[in-house]
Design a protein around this ligand. Structure first.
Ligand code: HEC
Ligand code: HEC
Ligand code: HEC
Ligand code: HEC
Length: 173
């Protein structure tokens, strides 16, 4: 009797792990395949886009957190850096080269498969998302109040307003 119970228990455990394993690999296959890579890796082959991206507000989204004194706040990092909490993604400014700010992989997803050596042009296309469905809305959410920017961010807002005022003065001559 005991042997039968043990055998059934073992089969149950094995079946459950098997199902869990498959479910994971099925449902998250695309996401778990690739991991985030240092931002500079995208530069080699996409230099023009890289330089253009560097001039957008997205490039400064981490610096704005620093100005606001919120660069370690977990509530802020998911939108203001790249791949926060994901394999290979941003951990801190020192160890995560080129992932501070809203950079390439924040929109296109993790790129480790895409940057592998010796791929054909077609394979490059297959290994990265061109236009993910939620490319913008995962961070730019409508009718969602900005999570407690709070008084700490006032200095950076003030700086930005001064910059805009200077620009207005410049345009008005
Ligand atoms: C070794 C060279 C190389 C590197 C490094 C590289 N790419 Fe690419 N990438 C290509 C090629 C080749 C194509 C496809 C051909 C084309 O569209 O010109 C491509 C296409 C793309 C596309 C468009 C896909 C499509 O469906 O048209 C995106 C988005 C992209 N790359 C993002 C990235 C990102 C993000 C990184 C950094 C993680 C990166 N690339 C690094 C070579 C590279
Ligand atoms: C990973 C999060 C994230 C994604 C994805 C994202 N953004 Fe942003 N975006 C931000 C953050 C954070 C800022 C604020 C940058 C700063 O600190 O000034 C911003 C700023 C901007 C601004 C400037 C707004 C202003 O008031 O100056 C524009 C325009 C913009 N994003 C457009 C887009 C578009 C279009 C897409 C999709 C193609 C997109 N964003 C995807 C996070 C994101
Ligand atoms: C859901 C995504 C998301 C989260 C979470 C988030 N932000 Fe933002 N943040 C954005 C976007 C998108 C913008 C740019 C659009 C805008 O100005 O509304 C932005 C803009 C800002 C700006 C203004 C930059 C400028 O140029 O004026 C500051 C400062 C800021 N965020 C700080 C924070 C802080 C501090 C937190 C955490 C308490 C935080 N953010 C959390 C998405 C986010
Ligand atoms: C704010 C989100 C966002 C960021 C950041 C971003 N991209 Fe894109 N990218 C897009 C969108 C949206 C498209 C247009 C896709 C389409 O036309 O379907 C695109 C298109 C592309 C293409 C296709 C070819 C082209 O010129 O249209 C390549 C290659 C590419 N991006 C590479 C990069 C690289 C490399 C970086 C970083 C230097 C980067 N992207 C940063 C959103 C982003």
């Amino acid at each position: 009797m005991k042997k039968v119970t043990i055998t059934i228990a073992i089969i149950a455990v094995l079946t459950t792990s098997f199902l869990l394993f498959f479910n994971r690999n099925g449902a998250f296959a695309k996401e778990s395949d690739a991991t985030y890579v240092p931002g500079k890796k995208c530069r080699v082959c996409h230099i023009k886009i890289y330089k253009a991206q560097d001039k957008t507000p997205h490039a400064n989204s981490y610096e704005n957190l620093v100005d606001a004194g919120e660069e370690t706040n977990e509530a802020c990092l998911p939108c203001h850096v790249t791949g926060y909490g994901q394999p290979g993604g941003f951990e801190d400014a020192k160890s995560s080269k080129g992932l501070a700010g809203t950079t390439c992989q924040a929109c296109h997803g993790p790129g480790s498969k895409h940057v592998e050596k010796g791929l054909s042009k077609e394979q490059r296309k297959e290994t990265i998302q061109k236009t993910p469905k939620d490319a913008c809305t995962k961070c730019h959410k409508t009718h969602e109040p900005h999570p407690d920017i709070g008084v700490k961010s006032l200095p950076s807002l003030k700086k930005e307003m001064e910059r805009l005022q200077e620009r207005i003065n410049e345009l008005e001559g």
